[in-house]
Design a binder for this molecule. Structure first.
Ligand code: NAD
Ligand code: GLY
Length: 360
């Protein structure tokens, strides 16, 4: 087992990474202040891993909230159903909420833990690659509003993240690839050496080579932990984690949520961010093609779907990073060096959108 730490003074917490951790008796004991535990999971994941987790919890009083599967259930109504389970179980402020699942379950469980009795203990047990490298770390929790994704949420850090890499064995290939998009993101924003390694090892990752996957998870979590420790509330550096997301969210919005997976839209979005960065002379010629080649080798889309350029641009103006009407983007100054900026010619952005969509 490898342990990383998210350094947040008296709210610091470990990220435990390893194969078979859900079978390691006592693994969570140090992070449970009382015997009252609510496990939040979903109807697809619970049959696979809930039994193992409850074994780990031993004789504690364990209640469960099993959600319907899917992003469309990341709603206030679902949050209310989880809070109702906590009330019905009679749990107090010393209880623990555990999220067992992907980013959807983790975000809902975390928000429930963040607001129940003004905040109770929370543990993340992520079971998708995306959740193990991104959403389980850093304390962002949310549900969606009909008008937009993740509009209702709080920052609420977990007391522990337990990532059992064996759970990825049952993850569909498409979901694994979507998680790899976020892994590539870490290389692109601040670790050129890691990007080189991903380029050389993409085939092993896609083939689920256990050692390579675990290394990719460790490197990704180390970067995320460092960024969160430096900028917990996204006042600056944390926004770099949104590379490709302004384009990607716009693709998701234009296509309809769920048509493309989030990681797929981010992959195409990172290619557009790289294309624009190269177009304005920040990124060495050929780098955008190199980035697209790595993502394509992981089975990810490297062009947006065939949608209208004006609609895509319009959707980008709804991004949370927009300030005073200016679309702030995460762009690349090099592989391994990203900045958040509105300082690019708008005409070049429109040209990049047109060029990418023409190739779609
Ligand atoms: P997800 O939670 O919908 O999981 C993807 C699918 O895989 C689901 O059908 C799920 O039931 C299934 N699944 C999960 N684990 C499995 C396993 N081990 N075996 C088989 N099937 C399994 O999607 P996701 O990609 O994990 O997360 C996406 C969500 O995460 C989005 O809502 C996004 O907004 C959120 N997110 C949050 C943060 C954050 O910092 N809080 C960061 C990134 C993304
Ligand atoms: N996934 C982006 C963040 O946690 O800030």
């Amino acid at each position: 087992m490898h342990t990383l730490t998210v350094n947040l003074a008296d709210r610091s917490y470990p990220i435990l990474i390893g194969s078979g951790l859900l079978k390691q008796q006592g693994a969570l004991d140090a992070y449970l202040p009382s015997d009252d535990v609510l496990v939040v999971s979903n109807e697809s994941i619970a049959p696979l891993y809930l039994h193992g987790l409850t074994e780990l919890l031993g004789d504690r009083r364990v209640a469960t909230a099993i959600l319907a599967d899917g992003e469309q259930h990341k709603t206030l109504a679902t949050l209310e159903s989880v809070l109702n389970r906590l009330v019905a179980a009679g749990f107090n402020r010393d209880c623990t909420v555990i999220g067992l699942g992907g980013g959807v379950v983790g975000d809902v469980a975390g928000l429930a833990a963040g607001v129940y009795q003004r905040g109770v203990n929370f543990i993340q047990v992520p079971t998708t690659l995306l959740a193990q490298v991104d959403s389980s770390v850093g304390g962002k929790t949310a549900v969606n509003h009909p008008q937009g994704k993740n509009l209702i949420g709080v920052f609420h850090q977990p007391s522990c993240v337990l990532a059992d890499t064996q759970t990825l064995d049952s993850l569909p290939d498409r979901e694994l690839a979507a998680g790899l998009a976020e892994v590539v993101k870490y290389g692109l924003i601040m670790d050129a050496e890691f990007f080189d390694w991903l380029e050389a090892n993409a085939d092993k990752l896609i083939a689920r080579d256990a050692e390579s996957l675990e290394l990719a998870i460790r490197k990704s979590c180390a970067t995320k932990a460092a960024v969160v420790a430096a900028d917990e509330r996204e006042q600056g550096q944390r926004a770099l984690l949104n590379l490709g997301h302004t384009f990607g969210h716009a693709i998701e919005r234009c296509l309809g949520y769920g048509e493309w997976l989030h990681g797929e839209a981010v992959a195409a979005g990172m290619c557009m961010a790289a294309g624009l960065s190269e177009r304005i002379g920040w990124l060495e010629a050929g780098s955008a093609a190199r980035i697209a080649a790595v993502l394509a080798s992981m089975g990810l889309p490297v062009q947006p779907p065939a949608i209208d350029a004006k609609a895509l641009y319009q959707a980008m103006t709804l991004d949370k990073k927009v300030i005073a009407g200016e679309i702030r983007l995460v762009l690349l100054k090099g592989i391994g060096e990203a900045i958040v900026t509105a300082d690019y010619p708008e005409a070049e952005l429109r040209t990049e959108l047109d060029a990418s969509l023409a190739a779609a």
